[in-house]
Design a binder for this molecule. Structure first.
Ligand code: ADP
Ligand code: ASP
Ligand code: MG
Length: 400
């Protein structure tokens, strides 16, 4: 069997942890499997590097940021290979470049275009354990690129797909995918199985446990994916096709996204083409807009609100200035997005009402709402974010 294992930041967060991971990998090798290990940087390392760059510039070039940030993963890959070799297991560490991971040129948010699997295959053919630095690749012209925050998940899934691995195991610091972040609601329940689509929704709404693009790719390539803990041997959560899952709960989880910011434009002229101008500008700057709300206009003008990722706040401010809207714009970082997700919602009404009632009972004001077939999202004051998560978890009886 060919296995791709990915270990996240906390799993390789110290010398002891890297030794533990080496033992886990060695045990699997002993069982006769071929193994490619993908590692993240040690926990906190990527943030440390970001902060370090911030000491020199508020707006560093993305090319240099990639060279800087990719170093964290290279450190862990080399250390793990050294540890394995010392234990008597032949092992080779590969950077993204050496592993043949070719991406487009979008520095800090690159997409994997293809993987040249020759070097990984050669090492595996020699019976070695291959350890790949996650989160990175190279462009066609040989520039180092990174895959966006949480991108080691994507490295693992892409490698599993390219090598046609039997399974891709994502090792992290919780036992699997829960009905909500178990650090916020200790009563959260671990799911044995979840569909790609529900997982995609949880991830894209802000559950950091798997990077959104990794789930997208796993679905596209039908990669067998399991999320489990590197701290114990408990069964994890399998991510499968919807048709392979029997139970279809109405609501499968609650997600909180604390990285959102709201932008409000006041006194926007209420005439055709204005929204198009604003959102065209944001799109041309590559800024992702999430929820949008426009009030009913009074006296020829209206207010327009939308949410963005906090990291894109400065870019948004510049964009609004460029189209002459800067006098009337307000930014609010003190909000969170709380979402209720479930494929079962498709065929049931009243799911959204329960969410609104629940927040009303807690006297939490809902500032924006958006819904789709399988989710309800609400923007609320960040002060009440975790309270809302617990109240909703209770309301949908997710602890049963
Ligand atoms: P890693 O460093 O291993 O990539 P992450 O920090 O990216 O780990 O993701 C794991 C974290 O995701 C958990 O510690 C947990 O707090 C958080 N999380 C958020 N939502 C969920 C959920 N629904 N199920 C499990 N974990 C979740
Ligand atoms: N080290 C990177 C990050 O912190 C990538 C990853 O851990 O997956 O975002
Ligand atoms: Mg992660």
């Amino acid at each position: 069997m060919l296995v791709v294992q990915k270990y996240g930041g906390t799993s390789v967060g110290s010398v002891e942890r890297i030794k533990e991971v080496a033992k886990r990998v060695a045990k699997r090798k002993e069982s006769g499997d071929d193994i490619v290990v993908v590692v993240s940087a040690m926990s906190g390392e990527t943030n440390k590097l970001l902060k370090l760059a911030g000491e020199f510039s508020q707006n560093p070039k993305k090319r240099e940021m990639d060279l800087l940030l990719s170093s964290g993963e290279r450190v862990t890959s080399a250390l793990l290979a050294i540890a394995l070799t010392e234990m008597g297991y032949e092992s080779t560490a590969l950077s993204g470049r050496q592993a043949g991971i070719v991406t487009n040129k979008k520095h800090t948010q690159a997409r994997i275009e293809h993987i040249n699997i020759k070097s990984m295959e050669r090492e595996l053919g020699d019976g070695k354990i291959v350890v790949v630095a996650g989160f990175q690749g190279i462009t066609e012209v040989g520039e180092v690129s990174t895959l966006g925050r949480g991108g080691s998940d994507l490295s693992a899934v892409a490698i599993a797909g390219a090598l046609n691995a039997d399974i891709c195991e994502i090792y992290t610091d919780v036992d699997g995918i829960y009905t909500t972040d178990p650090r916020i609601e200790p009563k959260a329940k671990k799911l044995d199985r979840i569909s790609y689509d529900e997982m995609l929704e949880l991830a894209s709404l802000g559950a950091k446990v798997l990077q959104t693009r990794s789930v997208e790719l796993a679905k596209k390539l039908s990669v067998n994916l399991v999320t489990r803990s590197s701290f114990n041997d408990n069964e994890g959560t399998y991510i499968l096709k919807e048709e392979d899952i029997m139970e279809k709960p109405l609501v499968s989880g609650i997600v909180i996204d604390k990285d959102q910011a709201r932008v409000t434009l006041r006194g926007v002229s209420d005439k055709p083409g204005i929204a198009a101008e604003i959102f065209r500008k944001l799109a041309s700057e590559g800024i992702n807009v999430d929820m949008i709300i426009q009030n009913v206009g009074v006296d020829g003008s209206t207010n327009l609100g939308f949410t963005i990722h906090q990291d894109e706040l400065d870019m948004t401010r510049d964009a609004m200035e460029a189209i002459g809207a800067s006098q009337s714009v307000e930014f609010d970082k003190n909000i969170v997005k709380v979402s209720v997700v479930g494929v079962g919602m498709k065929s049931h009404s009243g799911v959204a009402c329960t969410a609104f009632d629940t927040l009303a009972d807690e006297s939490i004001n809902i500032e924006m709402i958006s819904t789709s077939e399988i989710k309800v999202s609400m923007i609320i004051n960040e002060k009440y974010g975790e309270l809302a998560v617990r109240a909703l978890h209770d309301a949908y009886k997710l602890d049963r």
